[in-house]
Design a protein around this ligand. Structure first.
Ligand code: ADP
Ligand code: MG
Length: 295
């Protein structure tokens, strides 16, 4: 019998039935899983251990490090962070059983609705900041924040809760290859990562930069840095912090939102706004009612 089922080890198959693919990223495939005992649905992220590399050299045995990192991730508990239920570790593959989120990626949502109104964007962004601040407070940087890694709990446009996923493990991947793999675009990468080609250690301020890019996209539906500028490559735009707020798209958006984006997209990570300051920023403080609902 050559059914798909045979590709999974019995440690997994004994407990879960694996069905359709939910999503794919650079390193993992995520499938729908049913727990046999309870009939509960989960998402299972399948990571081949071969994909772990260090500084361009491949396949160093990082099992202990990876497992201790996953054990840290398992302890995380926040309403806007995907919960890890359990991890099934086999010789070649790690299966991470995750809380299932059924509203799809923020990325696909923006593509379909073009952009969010300012109040809805604020509601979503506030949750992202709370989630990432929680990670930072636990000593974890996300390092790969983008709308593909922000999942929505419902398909409604307004007042949807978000869950951040795909965090914590990317430090085991070669930064430069990560940067090149994402369809060749460094859209969300902080300038300090580009400048050193991934060879240096960064602070978690790299996430704050990515949040700035995401907020910009949520509000107008297109990115601040892109390949459409004939004079400057996207990498140079990012390194120099060259972007603008075209009047036709930004004239209806508040100055506070623009001010916050400028403070997030600050090239010098030391000068870049902290998440505590973001929560204290005028833009997020101005609509407390909306924001309370995110709690
Ligand atoms: P990668 O590291 O390969 O990018 P991700 O963890 O980001 O892997 O998962 C890839 C995609 O799978 C996500 O962008 C999303 O579409 C889907 N996905 C991931 N986790 C879940 C989940 N818990 N529930 C539903 N879909 C998920
Ligand atoms: Mg991903």
């Amino acid at each position: 019998d050559n059914s798909d089922d045979n590709i999974y080890p019995k440690e997994l198959k004994n407990k879960y039935t694996i069905t359709k693919t939910l999503g794919k990223g650079a390193y993992g495939e995520v499938k729908l899983a049913f727990e046999k005992n309870t009939c509960e649905k989960y998402a299972v992220k399948i990571i081949s251990k071969k994909t772990f590399t260090m500084n361009g050299r491949h396949k160093i045995n990082l099992d202990n490090q990876i497992m201790s990192e996953i054990n840290i991730l398992k302890k995380l508990e926040h309403p806007c962070i995907i919960k890890i239920k359990e991890v099934i570790d086999t010789n070649e593959t790690v299966f991470i059983i995750l809380e299932l989120v059924e509203g799809g990626e923020l990325f696909d949502k923006i593509v379909s609705i073009e952009k969010y109104d300012e109040l809805t964007a604020k509601f979503l962004f506030y949750q992202m900041v709370l989630a990432i601040k929680y990670l930072h407070d636990q000593g974890i940087s996300h390092r790969d924040l983008k709308p593909e890694n922000i999942l929505l709990t419902s398909s409604e446009t307004k007042e949807t809760l978000i869950k951040v996923t795909d965090f914590g493990l990317s430090k085991f991947f070669d930064e430069f290859s990560v940067m090149k793999t994402f369809c060749g675009t460094p859209n969300y990468l902080a300038p300090e990562v580009l400048k050193t080609k991934g060879a240096a250690a960064y602070s978690n301020k790299i996430d704050n930069w990515s949040l700035g890019v995401i907020l910009y996209i949520c509000l107008v539906g297109f990115p601040p840095f892109s390949d459409e500028n004939p004079k400057l490559s996207m990498e140079e735009q990012i390194i120099q912090g060259v972007y603008d707020f075209p009047y036709d798209f930004w004239s209806t958006i508040s100055n506070e939102a623009i001010d916050l984006i400028k403070k997030l997209l600050c090239v010098d990570p030391d000068e870049r706004i902290t998440l505590e300051e973001v929560l204290d920023h005028e833009w997020l403080k101005s609509s407390p009612d909306t924001i309370q609902k995110a709690h």
